[in-house]
Design a protein around this ligand. Structure first.
Ligand code: ADP
Ligand code: MG
Length: 465
């Protein structure tokens, strides 16, 4: 109970999550290693095992200062040790608290949505994020096909491609595109009833209405009395048979009335092995399309759009935009996060101008690319290539000019762009000691201030890195 209180009071979980999942659990037994927690409900059991094991373990550790394994069981059953089905889903158990609550809060009403709901009454019901429109969606090779299909669905809801099944990796714009369909349809016909839900909401609603209250009218009304149903992240239904069955009936009902259904998933239907066959076969009745990572030009365009929408006074030079775009190849959410980080960095560290140096600093060790790929050797290679010398030259003891300056530049970049100690950098430059390294860094810093050409050169090298 203390652990749960800790979670609530520190807003690690929302009140809604607590009501849905944790309110009725009871501790069954505890020894020095394991605490067993019971629940009466099979669905709750599955959900808790999937999503809350780590969260509760961490909370217990916070509160009592000791790590205990948490195991959930059905009440009145013998505790099972290492039940395999608990383990299969461990992959997407989060190690920190943030993700689960993001799921819960991401689509709660925002002030903007309340505002738009005054414009069109069905906005509020639809639960759409006002930014996720076709207008705000940048089209590139990776998403062109899905975009065209989505637009076509939006123009002919229920008539052309039904269901539409969109899949692709995290952060590639599935939710955005799906909601854009909703916006478009609502704009054409404000009386359309649109429901957007994540699968978690679908599951929550199902449990609240059917299991808890033994009354499924409200649930049925919400999901069956609609013109367009947008169901996000269907992979969450994997392995949960009862709820899949309910979704199957919902699907059939809407489909038979020619109501548009749009589904997203992180994997194609054929790879959703834990969904029942009949559900998977339904998905292929319409059209299945995927979202792929975007090329650098598209990523730059997305950042420019985002800057435009930020409406901030800050000026983002194009080399900064290019640098940020180059650091996040696979996930647009992270790409946007990178931009925000640069912006935050500029304001936190004394209202600094946004330039390439600042961007590099802000994203140092933050973007996957910079932490994985930026190594001393990589910097040496790029610098050597740039000055048409060899890496061995950089590592040698030779003190001839201009080699010495080239070496100092490489050392400077290593200090700036990696987390290596001066000593470590020294070892990689012909076993020089840390004072020599420090001297090189100071020297280049000074040169940059005095000499515009050197400064530009360092910029160029950073760009190439
Ligand atoms: P997914 O649902 O595939 O995980 P989202 O739709 O949530 O991804 O997209 C993550 C973020 O990236 C959102 O803020 C979204 O607006 C933005 N985004 C993704 N693709 C694009 C795009 N092509 N143009 C503009 N913004 C995009
Ligand atoms: Mg999504």
């Amino acid at each position: 109970n203390m652990a749960i209180e800790y979670l609530l009071s520190n807003q690690k979980i929302t009140q809604t999550s607590y009501e849905n999942w944790l309110k009725e659990v009871t501790p069954l037994s505890m020894d020095s290693q394991t605490i067993i927690i019971a629940t009466r409900d099979e669905f709750v059991l599955q959900w808790l095992s999937d999503k809350y094991t780590n969260i509760i373990e961490n909370a217990i550790e916070e509160v009592i200062g000791e790590k205990l394994n948490v195991q959930f069981v059905l009440e009145n059953t013998e505790p099972q040790i290492e039940e395999p089905s608990f383990v299969t889903n461990q992959n997407h158990i989060q190690n920190d608290f943030s993700e689960v609550d993001n799921i819960n809060t991401a689509y709660s009403q925002t002030p903007q949505q309340q505002f738009t709901s005054q414009v069109a009454p069905n906005y509020e019901l639809s639960n759409l994020n006002e930014f996720y429109t076709f207008d705000n969606f940048i089209v590139g090779d990776g998403n062109q096909f899905s975009y065209n299909i989505s637009l076509s669905v939006a123009q002919n809801p229920g008539k052309k491609y039904n269901p539409l099944f969109l899949y692709g990796g995290s952060g590639l714009g599935k939710t955005h595109l799906m909601q854009a369909i909703g916006h478009y349809i609502l704009q054409q016909n404000p009386n359309t009833k649109i429901t957007y839900v994540t699968c978690e909401t679908f599951l929550n609603d199902f449990i609240n209405n059917i299991i808890r209250e033994k009354n499924n009218n409200e649930f049925r009304r919400k999901y069956r009395d609609v013109d367009v149903l947008l169901v996000d992240d269907i992979q969450f239904l994997a392995g949960k048979e009862k709820i899949q069955e309910e979704f199957f009936h919902t699907f059939n009902h809407l489909y038979s009335l020619n109501k548009q259904i749009v589904i997203t998933s992180d994997a194609p239907p054929t790879e959703l092995s834990k969904l029942t066959e009949r559900l998977i076969s339904r998905f292929s009745w319409g059209i299945i399309t995927d979202m792929q990572p975007l090329d650098i030009e598209t990523r730059i365009a997305i950042l420019n759009k985002k800057v435009e929408m930020l409406n901030s006074d800050e000026y983002f030079p194009s080399d900064v935009i290019e640098y940020v775009a180059s650091q996040f190849e696979l996930n647009v959410r992270e790409l946007e996060g990178g931009l925000n980080r640069v912006l935050a960095y500029a304001s936190i560290y004394g209202a600094r101008d946004i330039n390439l140096d600042l961007a590099v600093e802000a994203l140092k060790g933050f973007s996957k690319k910079s932490s994985e790929k930026m190594s001393i050797l990589r910097i040496q290679k790029i610098v050597a290539k740039y000055f048409q010398i060899s890496v061995e030259d950089l590592q040698s003891k030779t003190r001839k000019q201009p080699l010495t300056t080239y070496r100092q530049i490489a050392i400077y970049l290593c200090k700036e762009l990696t987390d290596n100690s001066l000593q470590k950098i020294g070892q990689n430059f012909g076993k020089r000691d840390h004072t020599t390294i420090m001297h090189a860094v100071d020297k280049i810093e000074e040169l940059r201030k005095k000499d515009k050409e050197i400064d530009a050169l360092i910029h160029e090298l950073k760009n190439q890195l």
